[in-house]
Design a protein. Structure first.
Length: 192
């Protein structure tokens, strides 16, 4: 009887260890970034990734701060779209051209935001996420994923990326999903 109890206890202990390991939080590291966006992108140590439902589909998405040296090189192979919502707002956002623009803040050259739209129960760390985006030329110092009120009368809210911009004027802006792409809006301007 004692042997059976010991055997049952050992099996339960093993099962609880296996379950605890399966429930560990998913780590975002350079291996994950390289798998999703290629070896030209690496994590920035200055800020942690943030999770939120950016495309309002009920599944968590993630925003990862990164440094990407050649954003267009792996786009087709790794299945992501390169977007430049900042320069699009100011009139011309073709990433094939704007990747060559010199940054007004040289220390931010190569800074990017990597966005993964989640799919299924594994959300953003699914083997086949819904979509992936690499946002370039956004002069961010810090960012946060937060709810934004779009229309006070309708009380509609969405998740968006609040951006504290680097540079002399210390602007704050939003980057939000419009159903097709991410768009830039200086704080106080309309998102609709």
């Amino acid at each position: 009887m004692g042997i059976r109890l010991s055997l049952v206890a050992a099996v339960l202990a093993f099962a609880s260890c296996a379950f605890a390991q399966a429930k560990e939080p998913f780590k975002v590291d350079n291996d994950f970034v390289h798998k999703q966006f290629g070896s030209n992108c690496s994590l920035l140590g200055s800020q942690l990734p943030m999770v939120g439902d950016l495309n309002n589909d009920g599944v968590d998405d993630i925003v990862i701060p990164a440094n990407c040296t050649k954003p267009l090189v792996n786009a087709a192979e790794d299945g992501y779209r390169v977007l430049d919502p900042y320069n699009s707002f100011f009139g011309y956002g073709n990433p094939k051209v704007t990747t060559e623009f010199a940054s007004a803040t040289p220390e931010l050259r190569g800074y990017a935001l990597l966005i993964i739209h989640g799919a299924g129960p594994d959300a953003w760390h699914s083997d086949t996420p819904k979509a992936k985006f690499l946002i370039i030329n956004l002069p961010y110092k810090e960012f946060a994923v937060k709810k934004v009120g779009l229309n006070k009368k309708k009380k509609k809210t969405i998740m968006a990326i609040y951006v504290e911009e680097a540079g002399g004027d210390q602007m704050t802006s939003l980057v939000s999903w419009d159903g097709r792409k991410y768009k830039y809006s200086p704080l106080g301007s309309s998102l609709e």
